[in-house]
Write a protein that binds this ligand. Structure first.
Ligand SMILES: [Zn+2]
Length: 427
């Protein structure tokens, strides 16, 4: 574990830097770790990776996903199941050592375990998908075969991984089409296997999700269900105590947050979630929390830094609802920052403008937006924006008109005018 902990620490520093940079880049794909805490109650999202899973839970007469679903039903909670298609094609392979990152296979992952692939995955267990959906939960795309998008030498040095964006999209689309064809269900979120973003051909997870029309589902609170300990009881405790402690220190600590859990085995091939989940849910409900899916949480509060109750937030939500790109890559909105002409064009462009199957940097996005939006804005002052809106034929609301005489317009101030322009351009 030493090497892994070190890699994690280095990675955490690198990620903090990348996150800061990502607060300057507008992106059709936002990486959702958490949202601005909703004010009308306490809400937390839970995600369950690697299922659905029919592996029998010890001492129970049911498989793991059914055990989780029964517990959620008891509390009336809804969550997001981050599913795979099937790992049955990930052979030839050898079983790896228990308690290591290769526990489920040396070259690939196998869920629920090596040699038992038929017990898990949406394609092998359609009856579980059926139940997840009829119980009202959300499903997201964790990759059809759970293959790594690229390398992470320190931890998964020997692992097979994808080489190109085309391959990653092919794998995502395989599961996407299956869910659409068989269940009429359209997925809107994705999470890469083991959070590995970089694809060796120079593209990344954001490119793949942009083409798919997804947001990137991350998490802010680790439910710790993947970590192996000496005994099952210790593993259950690991999943309950940090949550209890965080909420004891601050009962609002998890409001607007996303919890990472597993609908599958940990590295010791045990499933502590079966006994941890009832305790977690009791603690949360005792404090008045409601557990929701990630999409539900994002509907209440789309960004990390935007209070969804401010009046201009309605315009931002309208644009998001039409699939427009309005926020930054790290799921901030930056409402107080002055808007630039580049940002205006990107906000105005319809979602189809950004679906090209290649790597697109900030410059590429701007050029694609310019091509899609045939409107001369000529600046980002209030006067420029109002003139452009009028030439698009927009009927401007009061909030939009309020920026007319401003030299600098903030992103939040601009949003109502942009929404009015989009309404006009759609006609
Ligand atoms: Zn996974």
């Amino acid at each position: 574990m030493g090497l892994y902990q070190l890699a994690r620490r280095v990675n955490a520093k690198r990620k903090a830097f990348i996150k800061k940079q990502a607060g300057k880049i507008m992106s059709p794909v936002r990486r959702i770790e958490r949202v601005y805490p909703p004010k009308d109650g306490r809400f937390v999202a839970m995600t369950f990776d690697d299922g659905p899973d029919a592996l029998a839970v010890e001492g129970r007469d049911a498989g793991l996903t059914d055990v989780i679903l029964d517990e959620l039903r008891r509390w009336g909670d809804k969550v997001t199941f981050d599913v795979i298609g099937s790992t049955a094609g990930n052979y030839p392979d050898e079983k790896g050592a228990d308690g290591t990152f290769m526990w489920s296979g040396n070259s690939y992952d196998h869920y629920p375990c090596f040699g038992m692939d038929q017990l898990a995955g949406a394609k092998n267990r359609p009856e579980l998908v059926e139940r997840i959906l009829s119980d009202g939960h959300e499903i997201s795309n964790h990759g059809s075969t759970h293959t790594l998008f690229g390398r992470m030498r320190a931890v998964y040095g020997a692992r097979h991984h994808f080489e190109t964006l085309q391959q990653v999209i092919g794998d995502l689309d395989d599961l996407h089409a299956y869910m659409l064809d068989k269940f009429g269900y359209k997925m809107r979120l994705g999470r890469p296997a083991h959070y590995i973003d970089h694809i060796p051909d120079g593209s990344d997870a954001y490119d793949a999700y942009r083409v798919m029309g997804y947001n990137y589902m991350a998490a802010s609170f680790d439910g710790a269900g993947w970590q192996p300990r000496d005994t099952y009881d210790l593993e259950v405790r690991d999943m309950v105590e940090p949550l209890a402690r965080a909420l004891e220190a601050d009962p609002d600590a998890l409001n607007g947050q996303i919890i990472f859990q597993k609908d599958g085995c940990n590295m010791a091939r045990r499933t502590p979630i079966a006994d941890a989940l009832p305790q977690q849910l009791k603690i949360l409900h005792d404090l008045g929390y409601k557990v929701v899916s990630v999409s539900e949480l994002m509907e209440m509060s789309p960004f990390e830094d935007m209070d969804p109750s401010v009046p201009a937030a309605a315009a931002v939500k309208y644009l998001l609802g039409r699939g427009h790109t309005v926020g930054y890559k790290n799921n901030t909105f930056g409402g107080e920052k002055p808007i630039t002409e580049e940002e205006l064009y990107i906000m105005l462009a319809p979602p189809q403008a950004f679906r090209e199957k290649r790597h697109m940097g900030p410059k590429d996005l701007y050029l694609a937006a310019r091509k899609a939006v045939r409107l001369d804005i000529g600046g980002a002052s209030g006067g420029d924006i109002i003139r452009a809106a009028e030439s698009a034929g927009a009927e401007l609301g009061e909030l939009a008109m309020a920026i007319r005489d401003k030299k600098t317009v903030t992103r939040l101030e601009a949003a109502p005018a942009v929404a009015d322009m989009v309404r006009a351009l759609d006609k």
